[in-house]
Design a protein around this ligand. Structure first.
Ligand SMILES: [Zn+2]
Length: 261
């Protein structure tokens, strides 16, 4: 006796209905996506293997390439989308928030937190050919950041004072360095120290002063809702610290450029 199996329940892949086939393709794509290691995990492993910190105000840009940054943006978009869904926002039907996850992911990675995800702008230093030995100050320079505690904006102004030694950089480079460092989630006092450290490393000035004065939206938009409070931090190093006359000269100079405490 011959037993034959009737394959009426199986679908011959060459003859299955078109809709079903495309559904299956989508499903298997989704399935593969869920099996794929998230790019954030791959990058985190690298950072930890290198023994580098990755706090909110650290730059991690040297641990991935441009393509991986794009992948990271897509991963963040997906997480923001599930955040909005947990917040019960009907993003599928609300035309205002339909693309918000993508917009916010881009804004974080390429704009407001670019100081974490993009490398430092190129800064070339030059010899101090004219042997300038006078204080110069820059400011006010607009600073924009976000507080690490609430992820809401910090907006303010900064002033730099330099007593040069044998290296100098173009004055616009100060703005670029400050913008790069501040474009991360921060607390203001740490941001000031980070900026001072980078400038010091680059040009090793005889004196360095850096002042930030800013408004924190976590105090004006929420919490105590006090819009007039400003926080001021000042860092003085080298001759600005050891010579009180020089320190006074710096503060007198920046008072002429909009600083008042
Ligand atoms: Zn805050």
């Amino acid at each position: 006796m011959t037993i034959s199996f009737h394959r009426s329940n199986a679908i011959d892949p060459d003859h299955e209905p078109k809709d079903l086939k495309s559904l299956r393709d989508i499903k298997s794509k989704e399935f593969k996506e869920t099996l794929k290691t998230p790019i954030s995990e791959i990058i985190r492993d690298r950072i930890e293997a290198a023994g580098d910190p990755y706090f909110a105000n650290d730059s991690i840009a040297h641990h991935f390439n441009d393509r991986e940054r794009e992948e990271l943006k897509s991963e963040i978009e997906g997480k923001l989308q599930s955040l909005f869904s947990s917040m019960l926002i009907d993003t599928a039907n609300d035309h205002n928030t339909n693309e918000t996850a993508r917009r916010v992911a881009k804004m974080y990675v390429d704009e407001v937190f670019k100081g974490r995800y993009h490398p430092m702008p190129k800064v070339t230093d030059f010899p101090n050919a004219k042997e300038l030995d006078e204080i110069y100050t820059l400011g006010p320079i607009t600073v924009r950041s976000a507080c690490s505690h609430h992820f809401v904006p910090i907006v303010g102004q900064a002033w730099v004072g330099i007593l040069p030694s044998d290296r100098v950089i173009g004055i616009s480079k100060f703005n670029r360095i400050i913008d790069w460092v501040l474009s991360r989630p921060h607390i203001q006092e740490e941001a000031a120290v980070m900026v001072a450290d980078i400038i010091e490393e680059l040009i090793k000035p005889k004196g360095l002063a850096f002042v930030i004065k800013a408004q924190h939206m976590c105090m004006s938009w929420r919490g105590v809702k006090e819009p007039d409070t400003r926080m001021t931090n000042s860092i003085v190093r080298g001759m600005f610290r050891t010579d009180p006359h020089m320190k006074k000269e710096f503060f007198d100079l920046i008072r002429g450029h909009g600083f008042h405490d």
